[in-house]
Design a protein around this ligand. Structure first.
Ligand SMILES: Cc1cc2nc3c(=O)[nH]c(=O)nc-3n(C[C@H](O)[C@H](O)[C@H](O)COP(=O)(O)OP(=O)(O)OC[C@H]3O[C@@H](n4cnc5c(N)ncnc54)[C@H](O)[C@@H]3O)c2cc1C
Length: 438
């Protein structure tokens, strides 16, 4: 056999060894994505409910970088050589897909009216329909610490172009000292704006309410004045310690235990009344999160002392019959934390058939606990009554009575919609209603 023929045969063999398996793998993944998409379309879970990727099909080259970059399984897939949003309802707005796309085919968009229940209408700079009032962080519909920080900075960039001409007036008043409010405050400091940060509780926001020693996953992000927040994984306590260190060393002023009560627009400026004082400001940034007042179930027995609305310290519950109610991060993480205390018997009750927004890491832990029989899932169930030693659940198979010593209701919060709409801030739902009645 001639040398050139041998070289050609080796080349063909090498190509076959690499290209054929790759093509087969790609085909298999496309098929899986296609059937998952069909399933989710039927279940109504394909469309996003929050900030999510919009893929420009003409620009997309189908390389799959976005699929690989997304930390959540199944959210994106490549079908017919193009990236597709497969499980939109599970998207929690990491935004890593947009960063990873080599051709800039992905932009992040708010969910469409009707799907985006109770999300405020915002400009690209996070300004609401009331000029001068901005909404950043989770209240605007985008979860995650990194996003809250980035939005806070971006809103202050816009605010900085509207500095107040009057010395006695603030340039910006920030409501909330979670990640979004703290980043907004640091940005305001960096830009030498006259600012105030009001926090109704303590510094930290929702992070304060995480269970003890909860592992927080985040992406490195730049904080104005302070620099890079480098870690990708930390406990709740480490993260809170870091925030405190940042506040101490930068001198950021936060007025804690001071609740914003009212905002009025009078003579070209905002008058903000709080539980302690009154402020006059050129602009306002609302970084109030979406926890609000814990949502109640409104069922008999909810007033019993064994019913609580958050779990802080899972370790203080052992050898108990426990019920967790809800289907979001808080409920799932509380149920896992309680089930890990090996002698507990935990039931997680959720009114839907599927957890639509569960993070991949939580899904893995949840499966583990269910497999080990420490955690029972009661999907499609609704709490009917809470009694001293039992709870009654309504399920598709009939009524279920469970022994119970403690109930954790993690069903989200009632947001201050009335207060925000009174200020003139428009919401997507409201726009939809206006369009229908027009
Ligand atoms: C259980 C759980 C686990 C999570 N895990 C992660 C994770 O691992 N990684 C991640 O990136 N994200 C995680 N998140 C999401 C993350 O915590 C939120 O996206 C983030 O905290 C939102 O920041 P924020 O500043 O918008 O709101 P928040 O953190 O909710 O802060 C809002 C602040 O505003 C204050 N406030 C509200 N109203 C007023 C008022 N009228 N006057 C004064 N102050 C007011 C509140 O007291 C609060 O301190 C998790 C969330 C939960 C519930």
């Amino acid at each position: 056999m001639s040398e050139s023929l041998l070289t050609a045969l080796i080349a063909v063999a090498l190509i076959a060894a690499v290209v054929i398996p790759y093509a087969l793998r790609t085909k298999r993944r496309e098929k899986t994505a296609e059937s998952r998409l069909a399933e989710l379309q039927i279940a109504g879970l394909q469309a996003a409910t929050m900030m999510h990727p919009h893929i420009d099909a003409l620009a997309c080259i189908g390389c799959g970088s976005c699929v690989a970059a997304c930390p959540e399984e199944d959210v994106l897939g490549v079908i017919g050589g193009k990236a597709v949003l497969v499980h939109g309802a599970k998207c929690i707005g990491h935004g890593l897909c947009a960063d990873a796309c080599p051709v800039g085919a992905i932009t992040l968009l708010m969910a469409s009216p009707g799907r985006s229940a109770n999300l405020p209408v915002l400009s690209e700079e996070y300004e609401t329909s009331v000029p001068g009032i901005f909404i950043v962080g989770e209240l605007g519909g985008m979860g995650l610490i990194k996003n809250a920080v980035l939005q806070g900075r971006r809103a202050v960039d816009a605010v900085a172009t509207r500095i107040s001409p009057h010395k006695g007036m603030l340039d910006v008043l920030i409501v909330g000292a979670g990640p979004a409010g703290l980043a907004s405050g640091l940005s305001a400091m960096e830009r030498k704006l006259r600012y105030a940060v009001l926090e109704q509780g303590d510094v930290g926001g929702t992070i304060l309410r995480y269970p003890r020693r909860k592992v927080v996953l985040t992406s490195p992000v730049d904080l104005p004045v302070w620099g890079r927040l480098r870690f990708t994984e930390a406990t709740k306590e480490q993260l809170l310690e870091t925030w405190e260190k940042i506040i101490r060393s930068t001198g950021l002023e936060v007025k804690t235990d001071e609740k914003m009560a009212e905002i009025r627009f009078v003579d070209g400026m905002f008058r903000v009344r709080s539980s302690k004082d009154e402020y006059v400001t050129r602009t306002v940034i609302l970084a109030m999160g979406r926890r609000g007042i814990p949502r109640r179930l409104g069922v008999p027995g909810e007033e019993l002392p064994k019913v609580v609305y958050q779990l802080i310290d899972a370790e203080s519950f052992t050898d108990m019959d426990l019920l967790v109610v809800g289907g979001g991060d808080s409920a799932i993480e509380a149920a896992i934390a309680l089930a890990v205390q090996k002698t507990n018997r935990v039931t997680l009750s959720y009114r839907q058939a599927e957890f639509t927004k569960m993070k991949e890491r939580n899904a893995v832990h949840l499966r583990e606990q269910v497999r080990s029989k420490r955690l029972t899932l009661a999907m499609n169930s609704v709490v009917q009554e809470i009694q001293q030693h039992h709870v009654i659940l309504a399920t598709p198979g009939g009524t279920m009575e469970l022994r119970n010593e403690q109930v954790f209701i993690c069903a989200g919060g009632e947001l201050p919609f009335a207060q925000l709409t009174e200020m003139g801030i428009q919401f997507h739902q409201q726009l939809l209603a206006d369009t229908h009645s027009a």
